[in-house]
Write a new protein. Structure first.
Length: 240
């Protein structure tokens, strides 16, 4: 029986990473929030790199970009948290813009394949580049990591950024270019953002901002999102 070494190394790395994360969460439950947010960001960017016509150099640049972004957000974490209420008021606008961009990019990707023209080397950016939603998830991850480990500043950002970077590279390791599937995923994600956009006003209205950030957010509020992300990742890897 012939063993695919690349596939074996990839799966072994995923298992080792999962065990490490599980150990850290058991030690510091607050890290669940950090890992959940970072996983969502890595999954979103990694899918674009996995199925788009993207080279290793582009994947590396994108990974470094996310690492730097996490470090910058962590450095200004306290300043950003002071303006969190104002930033939340723009959430609907951000979701609307991202959803339209994803649906349009997905449509262009699928149409390009039907016309024998692969444009996924450009359209993949719609799902892969950092967006306001990614910034939000990264910010929450940095907050939980800082609370759990009692550290702050760039070090927190580098930790969260390392998780995101590792996830992107790991998801891109067994690269299988499939622009049509990428287009469908982008459209599906765009529709998901639209539903999220419809729910956001009610959520914001129901929130009480008299509490501090530490009282308003709980790492366990991201547990469902974390589990759904892992399930989606498993499904993608199985049917890819």
């Amino acid at each position: 029986m012939k063993i695919d070494k690349k596939s074996f190394v990839c799966k072994a790395s995923m298992l080792a990473f999962a065990l490490l994360v599980a150990s850290l969460i058991a030690y510091k439950p607050l890290l669940l929030g950090a890992v959940a947010g970072a996983t969502v960001v890595a999954f979103k960017a990694g899918i674009g790199c996995r199925y788009g016509a993207v080279g290793k150099r582009t994947i590396l640049i994108l990974s470094i970009t996310y690492l730097a972004t996490a470090a910058i957000l962590a450095y200004f974490l306290e300043l950003i948290l002071q303006s969190i209420n104002q930033l939340l008021s723009y959430t609907v606008i951000f979701h609307a813009a991202i959803s339209l961009l994803l649906i349009f990019a997905g449509y262009k990707t699928i149409k390009g394949i039907q016309c024998c023209s692969d444009v996924s080397n450009r359209t993949f950016l719609a799902i892969a580049i950092p967006c306001p939603v990614c910034f939000g998830a990264t910010l929450i991850s940095c907050y939980f990591a800082a609370e759990a480990l009692s550290i702050s500043g760039v070090l927190v950002g580098l930790l969260v950024g390392a998780i995101i970077t590792f996830g992107i590279i790991l998801l891109s390791a067994e690269k299988r270019e499939n622009p049509e599937k990428l287009g469908k995923i982008m459209i599906l994600l765009g529709v998901y953002y639209i539903f999220g956009m419809l729910l956001i006003p009610a959520i914001i209205q129901g929130m009480s901002f008299k509490y501090s950030v530490s009282e308003s957010f709980s790492p366990y509020s991201l547990l469902l999102l974390f589990i759904l992300s892992l399930g989606a990742l498993k499904g993608v890897l199985r049917h890819a």
